[in-house]
Design a protein around this ligand. Structure first.
Ligand code: BEZ
Length: 210
């Protein structure tokens, strides 16, 4: 069954390149990004994993743990990681789930049979500290993902969770934000002492809180 926003991220135990993990326990109090790629030793995936490894500190800064998955076994991931380091210049520094029996892929509906009946698509799940699914994205096999966009969404999600603001179209970190409709003007006066621009009663724009 498809996983929807707000669902609890299904828990599982799996073998990874960093040993066996129990997903929820491994997440602990962190946010998480679980992402799948179609197959080891393929070109687009090689660039994606190298790029994610190169920006791991950005995920760390946001208290987000990253974990990859494909339906290849862990031994294959380990061999492939040598190529990723050689060609992309960064060693893979996060765990990769080996899922040859597709347990996790099926749990997260990562195989879309009308696209390919055996390989996972490029799924992304962002999971909050409360273990709820905050974002799902599905890319086709031939299109590498924009991981800077995933960081941007995480920034937006964390601002909403911590500061009660939403982010407008094409928002970038540091840009103006929107006070969420659930916050009354009374509460907003406490939360945003520097005020806001009331474009409409439902569109209250303010500086991004620190
Ligand atoms: C790739 O990662 O390059 C790839 C994987 C499956 C199909 C097409 C491209």
């Amino acid at each position: 069954m498809a996983i929807r926003l707000g669902d609890t991220a299904p828990d599982f135990t799996a073998q990874t390149t960093q040993g066996e993990i129990s997903f929820h326990e491994w997440l602990g109090d962190s946010w998480g990004v679980l992402f799948s790629h179609p197959k080891d030793f393929t070109p687009v995936c090689t660039t994606e994993l190298g790029y994610v490894a190169s920006i791991k500190s950005e995920f760390d800064k946001r208290n987000v743990k990253v974990i990859g998955l494909s339906v290849d076994p862990v031994e294959s991931h380990v061999e492939w990681e040598k190529d990723i380091e050689e060609t992309q210049g960064t060693a893979v520094n996060f765990p990769m789930i080996g899922d040859p029996d597709r347990t996790v892929a099926d749990l997260y509906d990562m195989i879309h049979p009308n696209a390919n009946d055996t390989l996972t698509v490029r799924s992304v799940f962002v999971i909050g500290a409360d273990k709820k699914v905050k974002l799902t994205i599905t890319y086709p096999a031939s299109t590498g993902r924009n991981f800077d966009e995933i960081l941007r969404v995480i920034d937006s999600l964390q601002l909403t969770a911590n500061k009660k603001v939403a982010t407008p179209a094409n928002w970038q970190y540091g840009g103006d934000v929107i006070i969420v409709p659930a916050v009354s003007n009374e509460e907003a006066k406490e939360l945003f002492p520097d005020g806001w621009n009331e474009v409409k009663p439902y569109l209250r724009v303010t500086k991004q809180p620190a």
